[in-house]
Design a protein around this ligand. Structure first.
Ligand code: BGC
Length: 714
């Protein structure tokens, strides 16, 4: 008999429930610690998994307790939120998405896994794959942005990166795709609120990234806190059992979110902990994180006949199988056995710097104010985020220490021999304005002003919904003062905007010379920003979210359907606002560089396709600017006539090209015709005969796209 079956034969009910329990081990937690001190329980074999334990030593000691002092010696599984780095903070996922580079997405996950596994960890609660189209929702920062195709590519890249080629390797982490599913469209962008979307939107927009994660072999999955039209995801039989396990064939572990099983009572679908536990187990949730509902509730649920021992056994088998796949039985101390050498850490910092530079999106560059002139002598670096090293980490920054982060000021001082003067002006969200005068003095005589504005790290991530999406505190007053003074002296102002979401700042974009969306760039923020500002690196980030002009435009995303009365400025009774244009401030995919690109000669073949064909799409790209730069090309489709109205643009691919000034090249993308399928009226995939537009260009701005038409035959 194999190891797992032998263990199954020996385990008591309490030991089985221990394997289905994950409890926090006294590190920064996001809710109450319900299970108390776990040491005795680990020895008793009644806690099988821990989260938030940090450091190779404590992890090893806890593992020793489980392996040597518990009756059956089953190793513990240690999980942690390694979202965009563990000790080394990479850009927040939304910023990373802006690189539009799956290789980068994989690499940062690989490096984060190495770093976390060197501390003995074996599981990360990542990647977060929730498509986010409402920037009020703070968790927009944690995921791929507004588009499901980007989410799919990110899912695949991240799973491969975290898990590596061999899950049993000492540097591999089990990935947990989260939060399944449809957490992004919480009502009014309010954290944890109920979700009510159509089945079509669920299937077309929110499920695909999870399907991609499952196809990539993700080890585990976490249901969202939220309910979908009244059914909490933690108890959602149709989506967990039928869709995920049944239709997608997912046989990995389903782990609840933090206390989510217990919260089935607050949702109003479980009368007590036993009912809550039964609902979750019946839906297929294997591990209870932090509710202690399985240990306390399942014995009662068993007695009441709400669940069976066979169901518990199935869940335990899945957990033990994951531990086996992770190599924990063969060598429970494999991870965390040896500290990393300094070279590995140094390489990771370099990667963090490169990726951070690539995540910056140059939104505007009036009169090419950037890059800064090489001989700049006097620079003013002002604003509450100018010397805010700790904020650069953004939300969910693992165990990155505040001291290890490079602020904008520090990065610019290291890069430039100029006289750099600094003043914060105002706090990020305080009411005080007395610092403004001093900041204005600091700006006097400067040849350029770097104005660092935005959100604090804690303003995005979990429990960080915002109703006002402008600059917090008194930053607007401060920025207006600086911009006003600069206008009268003719000094260029470069705005660095830090945020975990697209902010709504049309006035700022209008008045500032250059604006960079910096998101939260991570530990190398200042150095990466200096690389871009000085022109060492040409900015190449492209926004993975549409930027609205007004909060009333939300939700605003490129993949909308046309409606029966598309906006027409000459016709009153068409789909538009009276007080704001429909157009966003910045389209999805927008981003400037120091080169300037033209696209021509779109070629698509074959022009007549069946489901078995693959389209080749080529476009010539020329850099007509004066500096080397990278361009990103997006491939969209539009099915103009179908049984179900299709979005005006659907993203199907993206690619990149590096070109010297005067350089010319070709970007080629492949598109299997089968990907032109969509969900028909009955929600089953169909490929319809007819014409489809193939659109290629630098962003989702329809007017700049090159278009060809192909014909589909079925
Ligand atoms: C979050 C999850 C996270 C978990 C563990 C929860 O509050 O929703 O994303 O993985 O905590 O820290």
């Amino acid at each position: 008999m194999d190891r797992i079956e032998t263990l199954m034969g020996e385990m008591t009910l309490a030991e089985k429930l221990g394997q289905l329990t994950m409890t926090a081990a006294g590190y920064a937690v996001t809710g109450p610690i319900i299970a108390g001190d776990s040491t005795e329980a680990i020895k008793a074999g009644t806690i099988g998994n821990l989260l938030n334990l940090v450091g190779a030593e404590p992890v090893r000691e806890m593992q020793r307790l489980a392996v040597q002092e518990s009756r059956l010696g089953i190793p513990l599984l240690f999980g942690f939120d390694v979202i965009h780095g563990y000790r080394t903070a990479f850009p927040v996922p939304l910023g990373e998405a802006a690189t539009f580079d799956p290789q980068v997405w994989s690499l940062t996950a690989r490096e984060s896994a190495r770093e976390a596994a060197a501390d003995g960890l074996a599981m990360t609660f990542a990647p977060m794959l929730d498509v986010a189209r409402d920037p009020r929702w703070g968790r927009s920062a944690e995921g791929p942005g507004e588009d499901p195709f980007v989410g799919m590519r990110m899912a695949q890249a991240k799973v491969l990166g975290y898990q590596g080629p061999d899950l049993a390797a000492a540097d591999a982490l089990a990935a947990v795709a989260k939060h399944y599913v449809g957490y992004g469209p919480v009502t009014a962008g309010r954290e944890y609120a109920s979700v009510d979307i159509s089945e079509r939107t669920l299937r077309e927009v929110h499920l695909p990234p999870f399907e991609a994660a499952v196809a990539a072999g993700v080890a585990a999955l976490m249901p969202a806190f939220t309910d979908l039209a009244g059914l909490p995801m933690t108890a959602h039989v149709a989506l967990l059992q039928d869709w995920l396990r049944g239709r997608l064939g997912f046989d990995g572990v389903i782990i609840s979110d933090y206390n989510a099983i217990g919260e089935l009572r607050q949702h109003g679908v479980a009368a007590d902990l036993a009912e809550a536990a039964a609902l979750a187990l019946n839906a297929g949730v294997d591990i209870d994180m932090m509710s202690d509902a399985y240990r306390r509730g399942l014995p009662i649920a068993l007695a009441r006949g709400l669940v069976t021992v066979a169901q518990i056994d199935r869940a335990v088998r899945r957990v033990l199988t994951l531990k086996q796949r992770l190599g924990l039985f063969d060598d429970p101390y494999r991870r965390g056995a040896a500290p990393e050498d300094a070279a590995a850490v140094g390489r990771r910092r370099q990667l963090a710097r490169d990726v951070a530079a690539r995540s910056l999106v140059l939104l505007k560059n009036h009169r090419a104010a950037l890059p800064l002139a090489a001989g700049v002598r006097r620079l003013a670096v002002v604003g509450p985020l100018a010397d805010a090293a700790a904020e650069m980490r953004g939300p969910w920054c693992g165990v990155a220490e505040a001291e290890g982060q490079v602020s904008v000021l520090a990065g610019l001082r290291a890069a430039l021999a100029a006289d750099i003067r600094y003043a914060p002006g105002v706090d990020i969200d305080g009411e005080g304005m007395t610092g403004i005068e001093h900041a204005l003095e600091v700006c006097t005589d400067a040849e350029a002003i770097v104005l660092c504005l935005g959100e604090a790290a804690r303003m995005s991530g979990e429990a960080a919904s915002r109703a006002h999406l402008g600059l917090p505190g008194r930053q607007r007053e401060f920025a207006e003062a600086v911009l006003g003074r600069a206008r009268s002296s003719g000094t260029p102002v470069i705005v660095l905007l830090f945020s975990g979401r697209p902010l709504i700042v049309p006035w700022l974009v209008e008045k500032a010379g250059s604006v960079i969306a910096a998101w939260f760039p991570g530990c190398e923020a200042g150095n990466a920003i200096a690389d871009v500002i000085t022109g060492r690196v040409s900015p190449s980030g492209r926004t993975p979210v549409t930027w609205a002009r007004a909060a009333g435009q939300i939700p605003l995303y490129f993949g909308q359907r046309p409606g029966g009365r598309p906006a027409n400025p000459n016709d009153h009774f068409t789909g538009k606002y009276l007080d704001v244009p429909n157009e966003p401030l910045f389209h999805f995919g927008h981003g400037l560089g120091y080169g300037r690109f033209t696209l021509s000669n779109l070629q698509v073949w074959p022009r007549r396709v069946t489901a078995a064909d693959t389209l080749t799409v080529r476009v010539d790209v020329s850099n007509v600017g004066e500096r080397a730069a990278e361009e990103t090309i997006f491939l969209f489709t539009h099915d103009k006539l179908a049984q179900v109205a299709r979005p005006v643009l659907e993203l199907k691919g993206f690619g990149k090209i590096d070109l010297q000034p005067g350089g010319r090249g070709t970007v080629e993308l492949q598109l299997p015709a089968s990907e032109l399928r969509f969900l028909g009226a009955g929600l089953e995939p169909v490929l319809e005969a007819g014409e489809v537009e193939i659109l290629v260009g630098p962003s989702a701005q329809r007017s700049v796209l090159l278009v060809e038409i192909i014909r589909v035959f079925v």
